[in-house]
Write a protein that binds this ligand. Structure first.
Ligand SMILES: [Fe+2]
Length: 194
């Protein structure tokens, strides 16, 4: 960040350089969680099939919690003396991931894809927590607090994909569409065997 872009003030005991560095890390998390909140609502609206109501209703408390995280992150950026950017155009311009690709689909397909969404968000959030551990313990604490909830929500999703032996039906899939296909195929096979 160029000198002229440094915050005029930041939290006590941090240098303006470190304040700017922490704010830049937080801005990526602001974009990621804004995107997650929108994606969760998209799933809430597009889920169909026999497990509709369970998944439709499971998602809304996650949206509410993620929106609170977004607000806390944006306000921490402002507290650090930097202007948070919350506009959709900036989010799309700066993000490093693709839009969620699945439209109307069954609950298990969406949950398979959502498993991958959470893997991405949590991996990057953990990295951000690690990157702020030395720089700013307060920001680190904020991010670790989010991880408690995000990882719990991830388990809620995974519990739908888990066999009694503890394996996930998404198998080795690493993309949202691949995970959706694997989870949907496994669910169809299981119901045909009943
Ligand atoms: Fe709704």
């Amino acid at each position: 960040m160029a000198r002229k872009d440094l915050p005029k003030y930041t939290v006590p005991s941090l240098t303006p350089e470190d304040g700017a560095k922490v704010a830049a890390i937080l801005q990526t998390r602001l974009d990621a969680l804004n995107d997650l909140a929108l994606t969760l609502k998209h799933i809430h609206w597009n889920v169909v099939g026999p497990h509709f109501i369970a998944v439709h209703e499971m998602i809304d408390p996650q949206v509410d919690a993620v929106r609170l995280m977004v607000d806390a992150i944006a306000e921490r950026i402002a507290t650090l003396g930097v202007a948070p950017v919350g506009t959709p155009g900036a989010l799309v311009k700066n993000r490093t991931w693709d839009d969620y690709e699945i439209g109307r689909a069954g609950a298990i397909e969406h949950l398979g894809a959502l498993d991958q969404v959470y893997v991405g968000v949590i991996t990057d959030h953990r990295q951000a927590a690690e990157d702020t551990e030395e720089l700013d313990t307060v920001t680190n604490d904020l991010l670790v607090g989010h991880l408690h909830e995000l990882e719990l929500f991830h388990w809620f999703v995974r519990a739908h994909l888990e066999s009694s032996g503890g394996a996930l039906s998404t198998g080795s899939a690493h993309t949202e569409t691949g995970a959706a296909r694997a989870a949907g195929g496994a669910a169809r096979k299981a119901s045909a065997a009943e």
